[in-house]
Design a protein around this ligand. Structure first.
Ligand code: DC
Length: 220
């Protein structure tokens, strides 16, 4: 069974997807991490970020896998390096490149073949897994998402003002929504889950409930 979890940055997707996969005992596929991994290696090999065919060839050549919650390229654990601000910024043009998205779509489908998986991203329900048994679009208001990020940053000692975080987030959302291929969008048959005012546990409970509802007809 495939469950897709799409939505904007900061809606709490990753935490929710990871917790849901753990609850169900299923695999968790973090597709943002896959775009980040391609970007990390592109930066290291100095592949220009506007060279879409070059980036796609690179993506094709990399063995990106998930093991015990870690992201691997070959045998190299890149889980930490893919989260640096430099990689985050450079991921945008990589994720915008249609040939890269094509390669990633194939890879994501291959990874999910024959297993139960919770997959998380922007286009998982709308493009990559149009036949997923359950599609969720997880969202929260821009203000709430910016507040969450601000709290996380402050806890890490960062001093970026809330307004600046909100502006950067709006720019990212616009970019995600308007890319020519694989734009962030709720699939027509996705269930919308709005997380404003919900605790982390409440979000996970809601998702588990949705999974149970989908599974019931299958097991009845
Ligand atoms: O979710 P994230 O921040 O780790 O995603 C990293 C980047 O990859 C971000 O720019 C959005 C993009 N992305 C995408 O275009 N499609 C996906 N399925 C997942 C992420």
């Amino acid at each position: 069974m495939i469950i897709t979890l799409d939505g904007p940055a900061g809606a709490g997707k990753s935490t929710a997807a990871r917790a849901l996969a753990a609850r169900l005992g299923w695999c968790y596929m973090d597709t943002g991490a896959m775009y980040r991994a391609v970007t990390l290696v592109a930066l290291e090999r100095a592949i220009p970020l506007d060279d879409a065919p070059g980036l796609a060839t690179l993506a094709e050549s990399l063995a990106i896998t998930f093991r015990d919650g870690r992201v691997l390229v070959g045998e190299r654990d890149v889980s930490v390096e893919i989260r640096t601000p430099a990689v985050t910024a450079a991921t945008r043009p990589v994720a915008d490149a249609p040939p890269v998205r094509e390669v990633m779509k194939r890879l994501q489908r291959r990874i999910a073949e024959g297993i139960d998986v919770v997959t998380e991203g922007r286009d998982q329900g709308s493009v990559v897994f149009p036949h997923a048994e359950l599609k969720v679009f997880l969202t929260a208001s821009p203000e709430e998402r910016a507040r969450r990020r601000h709290r996380e940053e402050s806890a890490r000692g960062g001093g970026t003002p809330l307004e600046e975080i909100l502006e950067a987030q709006n720019r990212r959302d616009d970019g995600d929504r308007t890319r020519s291929v694989g734009a962030m969008k709720a699939a027509d048959d996705a269930v919308l889950v709005e997380t404003d005012g919900l605790s982390h546990d409440e979000v996970v409970e809601r998702l588990v409930q949705l999974v149970e509802e989908r599974r019931r007809p299958l097991t009845a």
